[in-house]
Ligand binder design. Structure first.
Ligand SMILES: [Zn+2]
Length: 255
């Protein structure tokens, strides 16, 4: 659904892939980049998720021995996450040891709404009875949206979509992550009415996110461990976004 994957030339260890629940971590600065009004930091490892795949970047703070700064954005640059920091108090230097602390309230809301996007996409498919291509997605703290290749309005199906999605929340299914070869992944997601069509041809190692036994697709974002960590999922509304594109907004409420 959200085909953003670990880039091939990444040298930063991506802790959020190993454990999406890391709230604080230690690291070393490998590069300090001076930018117009801010400073960019590359770390040897990070739990900060860089913007990508429809999921916004994490925020938080980084602290050295004699300095402190706010992480205001994280972007991919030359294959690695670049932490853009502001409000710097003190002098930041290469090779400094740092402690990074995520704004956990923000990240956990993003993880819930991102995971809800997986549930909603499959619930829509089941409610409609046919596979529907997702042409866009945006996860946020207070709500998320999916843009679907669909003629007409899905409004009548909202109650059905919510019922299907919330049944899976109640079942508290595990959410599983695995990396596989592209061929293997294609075959795997086909079983769940998904494909890797939108994935660039160069991507040969694919990260699969599966709501156990119910839905699987390629995704590079952060997710909760079990569907029961989501509160009730509510469909908030719809809009027609041009010919043949239906936008659905939804939120996973706090459990
Ligand atoms: Zn995902």
């Amino acid at each position: 659904m959200i085909p953003s994957l670990e880039p091939e030339k990444v040298t930063t260890r991506l802790l959020y892939y190993e454990d999406a629940y890391i709230k604080q971590f230690e690291a070393k600065i490998t590069e300090v980049i001076c930018m117009n009004n801010s400073v960019g930091l590359v770390l040897d490892q990070t739990a900060f998720y860089p913007v990508g795949g429809g999921q916004p970047a994490d925020k938080g703070v980084v602290k050295g021995e004699n300095w402190k700064a706010n992480v205001v954005d994280v972007q991919w640059r030359d294959g690695n996450p670049l932490h853009i920091v502001g409000d710097v108090e003190g002098e930041i230097k290469e090779n400094d040891d740092v402690v990074g602390v995520l704004d956990w309230e923000r990240r956990s809301a993003l993880m819930r709404n991102h995971t809800a996007a997986h549930l909603i996409s499959e619930a829509i498919r089941q409610a409609v009875g046919n596979p529907i291509a997702i042409v866009g997605s945006a996860v946020n703290v207070d709500k998320s949206r999916l843009d679907l290749a669909y003629e007409g309005s899905l409004r009548e199906l909202f109650p059905k979509i919510e019922t299907i999605a919330n049944k899976i929340v109640k079942e508290n299914r595990p959410i599983l992550m695995s990396i596989m070869s592209r061929d293997e992944a294609e075959e795997y997601v086909n079983r769940f009415h998904e494909s890797l069509k939108t994935l660039p041809a160069a991507v040969q190692k694919v990260r699969i996110v599966e709501i156990e036994g119910w839905h699987a697709c390629a995704c590079g974002g952060t997710h909760v461990k079990r569907t029961g960590e989501l509160g009730a999922i509510r469909v908030l509304g719809r809009a027609a976004k041009g010919k043949g594109v239906e936008r659905i907004e939804f939120v996973a409420q706090s459990p």
